[in-house]
Design a protein around this ligand. Structure first.
Ligand code: GLP
Length: 241
């Protein structure tokens, strides 16, 4: 047991504190995406922390996707948005965590009747009322994704409850999803989607379908998204069992 005790196991707080501090720096954009972090040596000298502590804090943030490392060149704030696939987060949360300003432009935010396909996918009875959202999702002025969401009106009775973030509206009603199934597919973006996303027709995109559930198994959302392939990385941790 002794053998496994390394110095950093005795000071986990310092590494966690540094990790939080770097995250705040990135969120506040004190270091912009693509810019370099001070070297490990400079950080450890300036902060009076061991190299091991600094390295551990940085390694955690690299794993999270907030920082990237280029061999021999140093550590940078990631330019691409790296999204861990195993966490059920919203577009708004993913962007805020990177110091970006999430915004939606709505094409549609209304209530209607479920289609037969949607009813099947969401386990709803024919004719059930659903809220429909169709929007372009931005980081500031830059369009990143197009999303079409369908939400049962039994969960969200009024589409105007969604100001910008769907999950925030669901949270306020205590209906935040707890589990989701997600399918990712590579696509080439058609003319209409490409125009909305400010990329060339035929550019690489990711088509993502998400069905999210409440604890009791009810479907909360059925969302089809088209993400720009040139900006997003989806990463997952894999286990053998
Ligand atoms: C992601 C998911 C969608 C989900 C959305 C909610 O983009 N792919 O399925 O509806 O997040 O984000 P927000 O709460 O910002 O509307």
């Amino acid at each position: 047991r002794r053998l496994c005790e390394s110095p950093q196991t005795r000071q986990p707080l310092a590494y966690l504190r540094l990790r939080r501090a770097i995250r705040t720096v990135v969120e506040h954009r004190d270091i912009e995406p693509g810019q370099a972090l001070p070297s490990e040596r400079d950080l450890s000298q300036a902060l009076g922390l061991s190299r091991v502590t600094v390295r551990k804090a940085i390694a955690g943030l690299v794993e999270e996707g907030l920082l990237t490392q280029r061999h021999g060149a140093g550590t940078f704030v990631a330019e691409r948005i790296v999204k861990p696939m195993s966490r059920l987060t919203s577009f708004t949360e993913d962007l805020r965590a990177r110091g970006l300003n999430p915004r939606s432009e709505f094409f549609e935010r209304g209530i209607g009747e479920v289609t037969p396909e949607e009813a099947m996918a969401m386990n709803l009875s024919p004719g059930a009322a659903v809220v429909r959202l169709h929007r372009v999702r931005y980081a500031g002025d830059e369009p990143l994704a197009i999303e079409r969401s369908v939400v049962p009106a039994s969960v969200l009775p009024d589409p105007m409850l969604v100001r910008d973030s769907l999950y925030e509206a669901l949270e306020r009603r205590n209906c935040r999803p707890r589990r989701a199934l997600q399918r990712l597919r590579a696509v080439s973006l058609g003319a209409q989607h490409a125009r909305l996303l400010h990329v060339a027709t035929g550019s690489a995109g990711l088509s993502i379908e998400r069905r999210s559930f409440l604890d009791d198994g009810r479907v909360v959302e059925f969302t089809s998204s088209w993400y720009r392939g040139d900006i997003y990385d989806f990463v997952a941790e894999l286990h053998t069992d």
